[in-house]
Structure formats: structure tokens, C-alpha cells
Write a protein that binds this ligand. Sequence first.
Ligand code: SAM
Length: 109
Amino acid sequence: MSSTILDNPYYIKKDNFEGVQYRLANWWFNKVNLDDYKDRPIKYLEIGTFFGANLLSVADSYGLHKDSKLYCIDPWIDYKDYPEYKDDQSIIYNGFLHLLTFQMPIYIS
Ligand SMILES: C[S@@+](CC[C@H](N)C(=O)[O-])C[C@H]1O[C@@H](n2cnc3c(N)ncnc32)[C@H](O)[C@@H]1O
């Protein structure tokens, strides 16, 4: 029987997020002072965005200033160096689009 990413033990479904999430922005809270970013825009680049869990957590913490800009890069395709998500990339990409459409407090350009 083949398994998909939906069987991944880290796959979660919450009100504001559905997908796999690993380490989020709160990992940095005791290292990078959140208060320093309250009134300050950030420019943030995430390489390897996946479902977007971490991107959302950055948007909801360090990136709250209205002039913050968050950029992300991910091929969201199967390739041989990354076999663990083979055949799951359309689920992952659609999860990311759903997150952007309904949860991201940002404009999409
Ligand atoms: C473990 S996931 C990232 C998790 C994500 N940052 C998070 O916290 O939710 C790794 C991601 O990196 C992407 N990736 C792998 N190689 C890449 C590359 N060379 N450039 C951009 N993204 C890449 C994969 O497609 C996958 O979505």
C-alpha cells in the first residue's frame, strides 16, 4: 500500500492551516526580539516554502508591519534529489495556494 503526504504524522488540519508543518517562527522568539519588529517592515525570503506554515508564522509575527514584504521560492515539482514527497507536490502546492488565498495578511503580487 502506498502512502501519501496525508499519512505524514506531521500533517495537521487546523482552522488557519492545513498541511505539514515543522519548525515555525516561534523558534526564534528567544533569539530575535519580536518587539524590535513591531514598528519595522521586514523583507523576508524563504527558500523552500512547502505548504507555507513557516511563511504564515513569519507573516503573523515578525512580518506584521503593513510594509513588510515576504517572498518565497519553491519549485513544487517532483525531482530525483527529493524523493520523500514524490507524487505529493500538487497536494502541497494547492495547500500553499489555499493558505495564501485565505490566511495570508498580505497582498499577492
Ligand atoms: C522541509 S520543506 C520546507 C518546510 C517549510 N520551510 C516550512 O517550514 O513549512 C522543504 C521544501 O524545500 C523545497 N526545495 C527543495 N529544494 C529546493 C531548492 N533548490 N530551491 C527551492 N526550494 C527547494 C521543497 O520542494 C520543499 O517544499
